[in-house]
Write a protein that binds this ligand. Structure first.
Ligand SMILES: Cc1ncc(COP(=O)(O)O)c(C=O)c1O
Length: 465
């Protein structure tokens, strides 16, 4: 869609060269044609008035008018009611390299995992918090600020993590970053700088991690996950000196790391002089009992805990934190500062206000009710329509895994559901190339309302019959 500039549209890069033998009129025509063809001027976009463009380019207004008329005649531009001239031409698709990931087709009911209910974003509270942040920010806070992030937000996050996650945290141990993704990337870079070469990841696990590990110049080592979470014993015998885990609610299987394995993991870290990176991504949402506490609370010198508000509020905020031992957090803060000079301070201050005011907790309480209801609906619908599916994982977060009967072609189920406009993701997607396991579907229910859950499961059950 073309941008509708209010007032004069911004300058477009049009260069005229008075040394060239080609006339100025011809140069201007060609420059405009190229700008339209290359998409620098988009279909529907308003061009500057002939008067303004003439002044900007140092040519006569008549020359610009004649150029516009010529391009209107050629179909590049259109003159709308004599008042403004707009781009009329829609460039034909040319042979370009296809994008790596094509956007997924829009599904009527999409069980995409990991997505919170974006319609429930507390916009009114956020607006209030942004207003408070802008009104009360001191002049010095409008500069680049502390490389670790706003002190106010770090204090609030540290106290939140202590209170809710049983973490050991002071404001100086926290670095504010752009979500988990940036937090884990910064941590990996710090480990690499400290001499690490390989980092273990869960298999099946969060899809982006092997890519992020490789991008940090490290080698991913895939460690299997079973009903008790990461098979910690398998870390021995690898050259990994760090491991990324989801102990409170494994992605994607939904299991919790057993107490024995939690202990074993910390013992491994102590013996291997290793680091555990805890992805604490959705622990706000446990529906049957309190979420297990953060691993970081048991071994603050060995565990880096990374969290964000992508599940609790919205991914669009791009705000998260890294809670790390000092030898890593100094490096992480320095890299964050060098990389982007810090996350937006006003947003950090707004998040601090939202959390301090109790509005964040109120939102979480409300959403726990919403998501628990949706999970209940999923469990009930599967029980009613597809009782042969085995639902695994905790009553937590916003995804659940349904295991398909042995021998079912998972990809065929996903394709058949897509034909009915029901979006599913197979469990196999989350596995490394060399691993295998039972077929299954990862049902994300965070962004699907109860009625849609019922209809979606009925459709899936129907195609499985
Ligand atoms: C396992 C896991 N961890 C963390 C995140 C959050 O990432 P971010 O904070 O960068 O949005 C996600 C998002 O989908 C996830 O699936």
């Amino acid at each position: 869609m073309a941008v509708e500039w209010s007032g004069s549209p911004p300058d477009t890069f049009l260069q005229l060269d008075r040394q060239r033998p080609e006339t100025l009129g011809s140069q201007l025509q060609n420059a405009l044609r190229t700008a339209v063809r290359e998409g620098r001027l988009r279909t529907g976009e308003r061009l500057p008035s002939s008067r303004r463009l003439a002044v900007d380019l140092g040519v006569s207004r008549g020359l610009v008018q004649a150029t516009y008329e010529q391009l209107v005649a050629e179909g590049y531009l259109s003159a709308v009611g004599g008042s403004s001239t707009r781009v009329a031409f829609r460039p034909q698709a040319t042979a370009v390299t296809p994008p790596e990931r094509l956007p997924a087709a829009r599904m009527e009911i999409d069980f995409v995992p990991g997505r919170p209910d974006l319609n429930s974003f507390p916009a009114r509270d956020w607006l209030w918090a942004c207003g408070e942040a802008s009104r009360t920010a001191a002049a010095r806070e409008m500069g680049y600020g502390d490389p670790r992030g706003s002190v106010r937000l770090r204090e609030v996050i540290a106290s939140y993590l202590q209170r809710v996650r049983g973490a050991v945290a002071g404001a100086d141990d926290v670095v504010i970053c752009g979500g988990f993704t940036q937090g884990v990337s910064l941590t990996l870079a710090a480990l690499r700088a400290a001499g690490a070469t390989s980092v273990a990841v869960e298999d099946p696990g969060h899809l982006d991690l092997p890519v992020l590990v490789r991008r940090a110049g490290l080698n991913p080592v895939f460690i299997p996950v079973d009903d008790g979470g990461l098979v910690v014993d398998d870390l021995a015998g690898t050259d990994a000196t760090a491991v990324i885990v989801t102990p409170a609610h494994q992605t994607p299987t939904g299991v919790v790391l057993t107490p024995e394995r939690r202990r074993a993991l910390l013992e491994w870290a102590a013996q291997a002089n290793g680091v555990v990176i805890e992805d604490d991504y959705d622990s706000e949402f446990r529906y049957d009992k309190q979420a297990v506490g953060s691993l970081q609370g048991l071994a603050a010198e060995r565990v880096v805990s990374v969290g964000s508000v992508s599940k609790s509020l919205a991914p669009a905020l791009r705000l998260g934190w890294v809670l790390a031992p000092r030898h890593l957090s100094d490096r992480i803060a320095e890299d964050k500062h060098r990389g982007d000079r810090g996350s937006p301070t006003l947003d950090q201050l707004a998040l601090a206000r939202l959390m301090e005011s109790g509005r964040f907790d109120r939102h979480l309480r409300r959403m726990r009710g919403v998501y628990a209801g949706r999970r209940g609906e999923l469990v009930e619908a599967i029980g009613r329509h597809a009782p042969h599916l085995e639902l695994t994982g905790l009553a937590a977060g916003f995804h659940a895994v349904a295991l398909l009967s042995e021998g079912t072609d998972e990809a065929a189920v996903v394709d058949a559901a897509a034909q009915r406009s029901v979006g599913l993701q197979g469990l196999g997607r989350y596995r490394s190339v060399n691993s295998a396991g039972p077929p299954g579907i990862v049902f994300g229910f965070g962004a699907v309302n109860r009625d849609a859950i019922r209809r979606g499961i009925a459709a899936v059950a129907d195609l499985l019959r």
